[in-house]
Structures are given as structure tokens and as C-alpha cells.
Design a protein around this ligand. Structure first.
Ligand code: AHR
Length: 760
């Protein structure tokens, strides 16, 4: 009989705030997402700096009998410098189209409209087809705020907010805003906020991601990095900026609101600040100016935690929150791995440690699970005594299956792991199942302290990145299988991990026995033109296969060099000289059409910063080796050595990458057990097999009363969609459980979580 024995008296790890959320303003996560503002470009600040096709009138339209222009001569304030001037005839109008298909209004629900205006006359506000006209008299030649509440009579997803001029004349408008009255705190969209609160996250990382560090170093530049200090105060006095994901961010959701939202979710806030270094451009703030960046970070901690009599605590109190937010964590940087970051990090670290010794400081280890940047991040963290290191990776489900024990050897005595971004490349049930299996290992690994899936939110009409946890449009919200898995692990987390022993459950099932990387070899130019020459492939028996020289001419032109190399050992080498362009080559080998797999060596990848090896399965990449490298116009001799599934690359005779493409395998049952302070015991189990797994669960000394839980099963390819949101949804169950154990059958392809309650 298969058996699981849970030692309820033997705690092996404190789980603390293990499972949480990561909010990045990507995919219109804030405006057109969690921020419930229905008006797009409410303050006429959109600009082509934010997105090439934007103008200050984006999302606005007008009737023909009206003249308009966006002006900046007499602004509402200097941060909000543009406003709309109109010369209106009686009956003329302006309209805003909102996000997605338009404004979403529900019959008999209330909406709050407000705007700033100058002028004299009567205007009426309406949403044609949903809200009838409501007249307002504009009676000031100075900026004045007007507010009203309206009720919708009908449902629409295509509403337009219309301002109709009842009196001809000249008017100015700014900050034209509309929120559903049921938004939480007048800020947060209810359905998205509810879905997140139901998860019971323990923390929320914000506001990014690349959003934090991609941009100009100039705090006043429109394309500045994310500078939290510019995001607080009255919303109408905040700038409306470029978001590095190619749109505008109104900053209505600023750091004060993020803290409020964490309070609403009852989770710990985990803000991330830039360290004065932009890894995309390689630009860094001069070290003699780094103090200003450090001071801004200290000011953030004071804003969150300072008493109302401190300068920043006073600003928080004036905004409406006298009590401190009790910030415990701060992240310095996001994925920066160049020297430029590591020389700046200590300035932040030392100043925070000295002034706020209780704050946990989080260093960063780049965008890959392994490699040079990852090592550099850890070395920096160990050197300076960071509390945690923020790791990020997006990989194929097969990578997760091959690397379930990734954290087993991490040292619990050094800095801990904050897995700040991870996902398996899709929203299918298979990906979610594999993530669940991985989470049982995250829970057990002694060094893993915090973990959150990424990205969290995506508006379906403004996609920057997939997969994402929650999708939505102006009306609906779509919970993915990945969402349900995250939610299950948060709801059934527990406080202390328990020791578990198993009998007859330790089997590991191999999912592939391919002992070699065989198949096509090809070279693609990555934003370059150049020459490939002196090409030869040497087999293990010494046979050499030459290939004629060729030119790499345009991106995406694949040059197949060898078609069918079915060897378990070979060396492939060639010379490369770049003649034009900024990057390098994409060198693919071992391309196996049957298994849809191949290995890619990116020589000068990303922004010509990387020299990576990635393993592709069905088009999904997992980076298995990373080096920092910039390709120049010099001549290179490149060599790849393949032995079985081991890969070594050399550049001009120097070893560059050295890695193994591990094969996926499946454990018989992935399992974790924990308990909380009320003596409830939690079991989470993931069965990846196509068959049931029946086990005897025993908990010596337990006096079980009942079990409640969730079972999540489905077809591996199943995916929730806007047309069918219920394809894969967990089912709740409750059952009697008595004494100290019971037999349980874990369904095929399932995640099961249960809370076992005991007699007092
Ligand atoms: O989550 C999407 C992006 O992936 C984040 O902005 C960045 O940190 C990572 O590379």
C-alpha cells in the first residue's frame, strides 16, 4: 500500500509569507485594469513619447460643429500641463471612448463623474443609450472641480461619455473622470480586486518588473524610470507618464494606492525601486549623484512607516492614512545584473540597514534561473548580507519537470530566495499543474521564503506579455488555471511545513529517454549582416563534414547548415564577422521535429547583452545557461561541443557556456504538508499521472474531525477562455475524517488541497 505519514509535531520550516502576488503595470494592468477609471486619457496628457500613435486627443472625438485644441498655457498645475480648449456651438459635443470596446455600464448601477473646467454656460453629461443627460452649470473662469453621480438605465459595453454644450461658448476641461460607484475606495475595480482578495495572498510585489528600471535617469523626463515619489499626492497633481510597455500611465494608481490595496488584501507590501541603473540602455546615475536615489528610497520607507509627525509620514497622513503601513520588505532593482547595478546596490543597502535595520532588503539575480548574472546577484547578496535575492524565470513546463529540485541545495543560512517572477509558458491546465507540482517543492525548500507568479493581470485588448494569471476586458474577468493553482496554494498554505515520510511513493517516471541532441543545425542573423566561413562539423569518429561559406543578410533568414546530424557526440565550429547591425547570431542545433525540440545558442542576444543557451520544446524556451557578452565587429571563431545532452560553447577558444539539457521526469505524487496555529493540517498533492493514485494518509496523534478542500482536474490542453470560463475550475469538497488517518484517491491529472480540522 502506498502511504503518507505526516509528523504533525515535527515542523521543518516556517512558511511565513511564502505565497503572494506580483503586480506590474504591464498589459494595461493599472489604467484599463485594476484602476477603475473608465476614461482613457482623462487629462489630455497622452503623447507620442508614450506610444508612437498617441496624441493628446487619443480616445476623444467630437461633433463637427465644435473647434478644439489641447493647450498648455494656463494649466491646472505644472504636473498636469495639458488641457482641452473648446469653442462650442449649441448642441455640439465631445466624447471619450474608454478602454476596450467602450465604457461598461450596468443597469441601475451608479457612476461618479468629475471634471475640472473653466468657462460660463451649461453642459450636460450622458452616456448615450445608458445614462440620460444631466445638466451642469459651469460658472467660473478659474479652474473649478465639478462632480456628479449618475445612474445607468441600461447595460452597455460600448458606452461613450459625452459632454454636450447646451450653451455656445469657450470652455476648458481637464481630468474628466468616471468611476463605478462600487469601486473599492473609489479606486480599485471591484471584480479584479475581489478575485485577488479571494486568493488570500501573503504579500504583493509592485510596481514592476522592467517598469521600475527601464527609462531615463532624469526624474522629470516623461520617459523616466518609475520614480515612486512622483506618484503620490492629489491625483490631479501627478504627471501622466510613458509606461515602458508602450502606453501611458496616469499614475492614478500610485504608491499610496498600492499600499492601500495591500491593506485591502491584508497582505504585506513589497515595493521595488530602481537603483539608478538602467540595464536596457546600460546607463547609470553618476555615483556622486547616487545619494539622491538612496534618499528617495529612504523617503519611501518613511512614507510607509513614519509617524505622522515625520515629513513623509505627514504626507501619507494628509492623503488620508494616519496609521503607518508597516512596510517590512524592499526590493532594490529588478533583474539588473551588470556591474553598473552591483556598484550602486551597496549605497542603498548600507543606508537602509543603518536607518531601518528591521526592513528586509532584497537584491536581484537577473532574468534566468542560472548563469553568470544569477551568480553575480547571489555573490552580491552574500557579500552585502541581503536578506533575500529576487530570482526570475519563465520556462517551458518541461523545464519545471526537469528541475523540480532546483532549490534543494540552496543554503538556508545565507540570503533566502524570493522567487519574484516565474511561470510556465502557457495558461493551459498542463502548465498550471506543473506549476502546482513546483510549488510543493517551493514550499518545502528551506531557503525559499517568498514566491509569486508573473505577470498577474492582462487586459485582453492590450497584451504585452503572455501567459498571465488573470485576464479581463472592460466587462469580464477570466480566471486562468494558473490563477486557481496560485489561489489554492495561498488558501491552503499553513504556517509551518511538516515532516512527511512516504512508502511506495518515491517512483520517478522518465518522460523521455533521448540520449542525444540530434537534428538540423542552422544559423540566423539577429539584427546583423555578416559572413559565416570555415565551417566544419566533426563527428566522434573524426569524420569532418565541411560546408561552404555564406552570408547572413537579414534578420529571420535561416541558413540551414546541416540537415540531419544523428550523432550523440559532435563538434561544430565556424567563423563569424559582423559587417552591419547591432547584435549577433541565433545558432540552432539538435532540431528534432518529432519531439519539437531544439537548442538555441544566442550569441549577442536580447539587446546584445547575452550569450545564452536555451532549450526549446514546442516553441517554448527555457534558458539553461547565461553569460553576459557583447558582440562587436571583430572576427569570432565559434565552437559548439555536444556530448549526449551536455553542451559547451567556445568563443575564440574560451569556454563560454557549459550546461546540460536535462530531460523532464515525473514524480509519482508531488506532496507537501503544513499546519497552522489552530492545529489545522494542510495537505497539497499534485498527481501528474493519467491514473489515480490511492494512498493511506496517516497523521499519528491526530484527532481528525473533518476535511474540506478543493480538487482541480482537467484535460492537459484545457484552457479557460472568455467564451468558456468554466473549462477548468476547482471543485470544493467536504468529508468526515476520523481518528488519525484515512485512505484517499488522488484523481488523474489533479491538484488536491485539503484542510484537516481536529477535535480540540
Ligand atoms: O513579467 C514580465 C517581465 O518579465 C518583467 O517586467 C521583467 O521583470 C521580466 O523580464
Amino acid at each position: 500500500m502506498k502511504e503518507i505519514i505526516i509528523d504533525k509535531e515535527h515542523s521543518v520550516k516556517k512558511l511565513g509569507n511564502l505565497f503572494g502576488l506580483f503586480f506590474e503595470d504591464i498589459n494595461h494592468a493599472a489604467d484599463g485594469g485594476l484602476y477603475a477609471e473608465m476614461i482613457q486619457n482623462r487629462s489630455f496628457e497622452f503623447s507620442s513619447v508614450d506610444r508612437a500613435e498617441y496624441t493628446p486627443l487619443t480616445a476623444w472625438s467630437k461633433s463637427e460643429n465644435l473647434l478644439w485644441e489641447v493647450r498648455d498655457s494656463e494649466p491646472l498645475n505644472s504636473a498636469n500641463s495639458h488641457y482641452l480648449y473648446v469653442k462650442a456651438e449649441e448642441g455640439s459635443f465631445i466624447e471619450n471612448e474608454g478602454f476596450n470596446t467602450g465604457l461598461y455600464l450596468v443597469a441601475f448601477k451608479k457612476y461618479l463623474i468629475s471634471f475640472y473646467a473653466k468657462g460660463e454656460g451649461t453642459v450636460s453629461l450622458s452616456v448615450p443609450g445608458a445614462v440620460s443627460e444631466v445638466d451642469i452649470t459651469i460658472d467660473s473662469l478659474e479652474w473649478k472641480k465639478y462632480s456628479l453621480e449618475v445612474m445607468s438605465k441600461h447595460l452597455t459595453t460600448e458606452g461613450r461619455l459625452r459632454i454636450t454644450f447646451k450653451t455656445c461658448g469657450e470652455y476648458c476641461f481637464d481630468m474628466i473622470s468616471m468611476f463605478p460607484a462600487e469601486s473599492y475606495m473609489g479606486i480599485f475595480r471591484k471584480d479584479i480586486a475581489d478575485a485577488l482578495k479571494e486568493m488570500k495572498p501573503k504579500f504583493m510585489r509592485f510596481p514592476g518588473g522592467c517598469l521600475t528600471h527601464a527609462g531615463s535617469l532624469d526624474i522629470n523626463a516623461r520617459d523616466s524610470m518609475y520614480r515612486w515619489i512622483k506618484t503620490i499626492g492629489p491625483v490631479e497633481e501627478r504627471p501622466s507618464w510613458r509606461n515602458n510597455w508602450g502606453y501611458n500611465q496616469s499614475l492614478g494608481l500610485g504608491f499610496y494606492e498600492y499600499f492601500l490595496f495591500c491593506e485591502f488584501l491584508e497582505c504585506e507590501p513589497l515595493p521595488v525601486v530602481p537603483a539608478g541603473f538602467n540595464p536596457h540602455s546600460g546607463e547609470g546615475a553618476p555615483l556622486e549623484e547616487i545619494d539622491a536615489w538612496v534618499e528617495e528610497t529612504l523617503a519611501l520607507i518613511e512614507f510607509a512607516n513614519g509617524d505622522k509627525n515625520t515629513k513623509m509620514g505627514g504626507i501619507r497622513a494628509d492623503m488620508g492614512h494616519e496609521e503607518p503601513f508597516n512596510l517590512k520588505y524592499i526590493g532594490i532593482g529588478n533583474e539588473e545584473i551588470g556591474e553598473g547595478f552591483f556598484e550602486r546596490y551597496p549605497f542603498f543597502h548600507k543606508a537602509i540597514r543603518e536607518k531601518y535595520p528591521d526592513i528586509k532588503i532584497i537584491n536581484t539575480a537577473g532574468p534566468f534561473a542560472t548563469g553568470e548574472g544569477h551568480r553575480a546577484g547571489w555573490n552580491s547578496a552574500i557579500k552585502w548580507g541581503s536578506d533575500m535575492v529576487d530570482e526570475h524565470y519563465y520556462s517551458s513546463p518541461e523545464w519545471y519537470l526537469a528541475n523540480m529540485h532546483h532549490y534543494d541545495d540552496y543554503d538556508d543560512n545565507g540570503p533566502h530566495v524570493f522567487l519574484g517572477e516565474y511561470a510556465s509558458w502557457s495558461n493551459t491546465f498542463f502548465s498550471a499543474l506543473v506549476e502546482a507540482a513546483y510549488m510543493t517543492h517551493l514550499e518545502k525548500a528551506p531557503a525559499v521564503e517568498l514566491a509569486c507568479y508573473a505577470p498577474m493581470l492582462c487586459n485582453k485588448d492590450y497584451v504585452n506579455w503572455t501567459p498571465d494569471m488573470l485576464w479581463y476586458d472592460n466587462r469580464d474577468i477570466l480566471k486562468t488555471a494558473n490563477y486557481y493553482v496560485q489561489s489554492i496554494f495561498m488558501n491552503y498554505q499553513g504556517e509551518e511545513e511538516l515532516a512527511v515520510t512516504t512508502h511506495n511513493l518515491d517512483g520517478v517516471i522518465k518522460l523521455s529517454d533521448s540520449d542525444r541532441l540530434w537534428g538540423e543545425c542552422s544559423i540566423t542573423g539577429n539584427d546583423v549582416e555578416g559572413r559565416i566561413y570555415d565551417i566544419k562539423l566533426t563527428k566522434a569518429d573524426g569524420t569532418v563534414i565541411d560546408h561552404e561559406d555564406f552570408k547572413i543578410s537579414t534578420d529571420n533568414l535561416k541558413n540551414t547548415v546541416y540537415t540531419d546530424i544523428n550523432e550523440s557526440e559532435y563538434t561544430w565550429e565556424f567563423s563569424f564577422k559582423r559587417e552591419k547591425g547591432r547584435k549577433g547570431l541565433k545558432i540552432a542545433f539538435g532540431k528534432n521535429p518529432e519531439e519539437e525540440t531544439y537548442i538555441l545558442w544566442e550569441f549577442g542576444g536580447w539587446d546584445n547583452w547575452d550569450c545564452n543557451i536555451s532549450s526549446f520544446v514546442r516553441g517554448r524556451a527555457s534558458t539553461i545557461s547565461h553569460r553576459i557578452f557583447h558582440v562587436t565587429d571583430e572576427e569570432y571563431r565559434l565552437k559548439i561541443e555536444v556530448k549526449g545532452r551536455s553542451i559547451k560553447t567556445y568563443v575564440n577558444g574560451t569556454l563560454m557556456n557549459d550546461t546540460v539539457d536535462r530531460l523532464p521526469e515525473m514524480e509519482e505524487l508531488y506532496l507537501s504538508a503544513s499546519k497552522d496555529s489552530e492545529d489545522n493540517i494542510y495537505i497539497k498533492a499534485v498527481n501528474l499521472q493519467n491514473e489515480e493514485v490511492t494512498v493511506n494518509i496517516s497523521i499519528p496523534g491526530a484527532r481528525l474531525k473533518k476535511a474540506v478542500g478543493e480538487v482541480f482536474t482537467g484535460e492537459l490542453t484545457a484552457e479557460n477562455t472568455f467564451d468558456d470560463m468554466g473549462t477548468v475550475v476547482p471543485q470544493h469538497f467536504g468529508r468526515i475524517a476520523s481518528d488519525d488517518g484515512f485512505e484517499y484517491t488522488f484523481k488523474p491529472r489533479s491538484v488536491t488541497a485539503m484542510r484537516l480540522m481536529q477535535h480540540k
